[in-house]
Design a protein around this ligand. Structure first.
Ligand code: ADP
Ligand code: MG
Length: 236
């Protein structure tokens, strides 16, 4: 059974952290033991989205060998377990991404699902989450640059032995955009498993440090994210 997903995109700001947090929250609400982990260790903002920015131990300390994983796990909404990264640069410098695989193996031992938020780009710490997950999900915005970066990420994932299960088109609008679902499927060679609209409630929810699926469950983005979560967790 697939248990570990990495949410990646190549390009920054596509919605990886937003989707990781909200997919994890929904899947946890099904009663599945679900962890979300912030592997975007340099630009960590999962903690900020969930109001966990002042926690004492994060993935940084775990990867620096200063604390066990169990001490970096925090309760999030709907019972989702959160492994945040720290927001300090010093913590980032000390963290060794080579230990990510061990951390993942330990978490997977006692959960149903682990969703990993990957960094943008193709740095060393960015590549590891692509290789260690059972499946990678690419987040694409309706812009050509985003699709090109997603394609690079897909090629890289396969080069290092990972597998891409599909793409999510995030921030879709009704206007004609540079990139259609058909185009994404053709260029990336994977299915688009969800289409999340541009929705101002995403930012509103972020201001409350609460996932949009909790704060505004009936908003357009929440409805689509819920459908994707159901697909991932085999609920449909
Ligand atoms: P990443 O983790 O890929 O850098 P984030 O999840 O931090 O991206 O999202 C980047 C910005 O885009 C944030 O300000 C977020 O609120 C906004 N955003 C993400 N998805 C949507 C959406 N569907 N509608 C509107 N704003 C969005
Ligand atoms: Mg992010």
């Amino acid at each position: 059974m697939v248990t570990t997903y990495t949410i990646a995109s190549g390009k920054g700001g596509t919605g990886k952290t937003t989707l990781t947090v909200n997919l994890g929250t929904i899947i946890a609400s099904y009663g599945k033991e679900t962890y979300i982990m912030d592997a975007d260790m340099g630009m960590a903002n999962m903690a900020i989205l969930l109001g966990l920015e002042n926690v004492p131990v994060t993935l940084h300390e775990v990867l620096a060998g200063k604390a066990p994983v169990s001490e970096a796990v925090y309760d999030g909404p709907s019972g989702v377990k959160v492994v945040p990264s720290g927001i300090s640069l010093k913590g980032f410098q000390d963290a060794d991404p080579e230990h990510l695989r061990d951390v993942m193996s330990e978490i997977v031992n006692h959960c149903d699902f682990l969703i990993i938020d990957a960094p943008a780009g193709i740095s060393r710490d960015g590549v590891i989450p692509l290789a260690i997950a059972d499946e990678v999900i690419l987040v694409v915005n309706p812009e050509l640059s985003s699709m090109v970066d997603a394609l690079k990420t897909k090629i890289l994932t396969e080069l290092i032995g990972g597998h891409v299960m599909g793409a999510i088109l995030n921030r879709a609008t009704l206007e004609n955009t540079e990139v259609s679902v058909h185009k994404i499927e053709e260029v990336l060679g994977v299915k688009v498993i969800g289409l999340v609209p541009e929705d101002p409630n995403v930012r509103r929810a972020a201001a409350y440090k609460t996932p949009i699926v909790i704060k505004y469950p009936d908003s357009p983005a929440s409805r689509e994210i819920s459908k994707i979560a159901a697909k991932i967790a085999g609920k449909e």
